[in-house]
Ligand binder design. Structure first.
Ligand code: HEC
Length: 253
């Protein structure tokens, strides 16, 4: 009996402790949105991805790289080869050395990857209050519940209330610890969408998350389709083998 009581006390204490720890970390659970790419039948919404690319280029790219994504991959989400070549050529890359041993600058090509905005991490930190704006190529996969987290982070800045906020810091309850060095990056109508969609903060956040989800896992759609085919295949085979088994054993009944 005593042992039972001790166990129960211990469990309660652990639970309370865990709760206190979670509360002290000041992190709210991300808001749960419905995404096209969720679930077994998830697909990519090309229009949203294209709008998201625009948000990335016009807003996030000044601080965040996307160095694992090559321009030519954009042909898989509805851009023509000409559009991709044009987009790539807007960037300048340092290449070389040439025959004289010199480095030279050239316009981007479809096979290049999105460049990082800063020469190196120290340069990035010195401009961003000592914080490093991470590369966004795999961000959605690098955080738990990534898509909902990035959406919540972008739209979740709040008044700090009693929390002391340092210079160059902003309060956001979705960020671990609540304080981060990224100013709220999105404001209504910051970009002008070519397809006429209204660029509210919410819309831009959804679109850029769709884009980043695709960037982090471009093969998702094929993977899920293949999964469904494999399940169908196994299902049909189960039936066939069941019938075969019935026949083989029929005489013994
Ligand atoms: C003016 C520069 C700047 C812009 C513009 C900017 N960010 Fe950031 N971002 C930062 C910095 C700095 C950090 C690191 C913050 C920290 O660790 O305190 C960061 C961090 C992040 C993180 C990581 C959060 C984590 O869990 O570590 C994500 C995700 C992010 N930004 C997404 C975006 C997106 C999407 C956009 C475009 C809509 C954007 N950012 C625009 C500077 C910027």
């Amino acid at each position: 009996m005593k042992l039972h009581l001790a166990c129960i006390t211990l469990i309660c204490a652990t639970l309370l402790g865990a709760q206190a720890l979670a509360a002290s970390a000041h992190q709210e659970h991300p808001r749960q949105l419905k995404w096209e790419f969720d679930g077994v039948f998830g697909t990519f919404d090309e229009q949203a991805i294209q709008r998201g690319l625009q948000v990335y280029k016009q807003v996030c790219a000044s601080c965040h790289g996307l160095t694992r994504v090559a321009f030519r991959e954009l042909t898989k989400v509805g851009f023509s080869e000409n559009e991709v070549a044009k987009l790539a050529s807007d960037y300048t890359f340092t290449d070389g050395p040439n025959d004289d041993g010199d480095m030279f600058e050239r316009p981007g090509r479809a096979s290049d990857k999105f460049p990082a905005p800063y020469a190196n991490e120290n340069a990035a930190r010195s401009i961003n209050n000592g914080a490093y704006p991470p590369d966004l190529s795999l961000m959605v996969k690098a955080r738990p519940d990534g898509a909902n987290y990035v959406y919540s982070l972008l739209t979740g800045y709040k008044d700090a209330g009693d929390t002391p906020v340092g210079d160059g810091q902003y309060y956001n309850p979705y960020f671990p610890g609540g304080l981060l060095s990224m100013a709220p990056p999105l404001m209504d109508d910051m970009v002008e969408y070519q397809d006429g969609t209204k660029a509210s903060m919410d819309q831009m956040a959804r679109d850029v998350v769709s884009f980043l989800q695709w960037a982090a896992e471009p093969e998702m759609q094929e993977r899920k389709r293949m999964g469904i085919k494999v399940m169908l295949f196994l299902f049909v085979f189960t039936i066939l083998f069941y019938i075969a088994k019935k026949r083989v054993w029929a005489d013994l009944h």
